[in-house]
Design a protein around this ligand. Structure first.
Ligand code: UT7
Length: 326
């Protein structure tokens, strides 16, 4: 096929302030040992009070545009995925990121796909490119999850962190996005959701609620099946994958998929220890880390997977089209 899309750059922004498991021990009835054993997480980063998801996303976006060797004016669509947008339903965070980049008259909209946000962004962006509707699409996963966290609910608040990741998707010049698969099952919508917080005194009127154990079981099953299916559909055997870059929700979920595909540790990108679950930002943040460490190079074949509230999940197979980090 001629009109293939390609991922041309990757970038991230991580807020400075760290919230460690030891810090959480002072807030809630938990322990560093419990959190590490059940999740693999040691610490997560938290945005400042006056920093919004759009601020985190803008910083990642500026770098992603530079790394694609483009100017902001070359971008003709911005799509943001976030479960912690600046505003409730409108204006979209994408409009604010566009404005921060100095762009007017540009297609800008948000999508809601929880922790599978980046896979859904890839699906949307490649469709915009492959249909010929757009030339350069900027996709951004931007999350101030701390703004929808109840820091009295130990079952959820230990898991999440803040951050942003961005990528530019353009017409392919040799390193295409091979396939993206997205899926959902709304029968599970009550198991993981952002809803009104219980206490009116809580700083945010909304809080994330999760039946973690039930989410865990479905996530492992769906993700294992999904990666096996996308590889089989594209006739690619797991040993041909250079890097597996999964959504960073829980080390045990990642290990289960890694083992199913027999991926060695050097093929798997892990950042959950340092950043926790940053939802729609987690895959581009992990991809960016591998890129800046020189582990992700132009032409590498990468496999992504993600799972989140909805339930939504998906996977992607692509050649990395960015220039090597220098
Ligand atoms: O990215 C979106 C998708 N999200 C996920 O994939 C997350 C999926 N779920 C998980 O990662 C895990 O289910 C958790 C890490 C959230 C929880 O681990 P778990 O092994 O499923 O524990 P659990 O919920 O079954 O709880 C076990 C025990 C309970 O105590 P009892 O009832 O056995 O006495 C909890 O009350 O652990 C207790 N517990 C805690 N203890 C210390 C729950 N949270 C904590 C905590 N510290 N933070």
């Amino acid at each position: 096929m001629t009109n293939k899309a390609s991922l041309k750059s990757i970038a991230a922004y991580i807020p400075e302030q760290i919230l460690s498991n030891k810090d959480l021990e002072k807030l809630i009835d938990t322990s560093d040992e419990w959190i590490q054993k059940r999740t693999g997480i040691k610490e997560r980063h938290i945005a400042q009070d006056d920093e919004k998801s759009s601020d985190l996303g803008t910083k990642a976006a500026i770098l992603a545009v530079q790394r694609a060797n483009l100017k902001p004016e070359d971008i003709d669509a911005i799509v943001v995925a976030s479960l912690s947008p600046d505003y409730f339903t409108m204006p979209s965070t994408a409009c604010i990121v566009a404005s921060n980049l100095g762009l007017k008259n540009i297609t800008a909209f948000d999508i809601s796909a929880g922790c599978a946000g980046f896979i859904y962004l890839l699906e949307v962006a490649r469709s915009l490119i492959e249909s010929g509707a757009k030339k350069n699409v900027l996709i951004v996963g931007a999350e101030k999850t701390s703004s929808v966290m109840d820091y009295e609910d130990r079952s959820v608040c230990i898991l999440f962190g803040d951050g942003a990741g961005a990528a530019v998707i353009s017409k392919d010049e040799g390193y295409p996005i091979l396939d993206v698969h997205t899926a959902s099952d709304g029968r599970y919508s009550e198991l993981l959701k952002i809803d009104r917080a219980k206490k009116s005194s809580f700083c945010s009127p909304l809080a994330m609620k999760m039946k973690g154990n039930e989410v865990f079981k479905v996530a492992v099953q769906m993700l294992q099946n999904d990666v096996v299916e996308i590889l089989a559909k594209n006739k690619i055997s797991p040993d041909k994958i250079d890097l597996f870059i999964p959504h960073q929700a829980n080390l045990r979920i990642i290990k289960a998929v890694q083992e199913r595909l027999n991926f060695s540790d050097d093929k798997c990108v892990l950042t959950v220890q340092k950043y926790g679950n940053t939802s729609a930002a987690s895959i581009p943040m992990a991809m960016n880390e591998a890129y800046e460490q020189g582990r992700l190079k132009q032409g590498d074949l990468i496999l992504l997977d993600a799972f989140g509230g909805g339930f939504v999940w998906g996977s992607a197979l692509l050649y990395f089209g960015g220039k090597n980090f220098s």
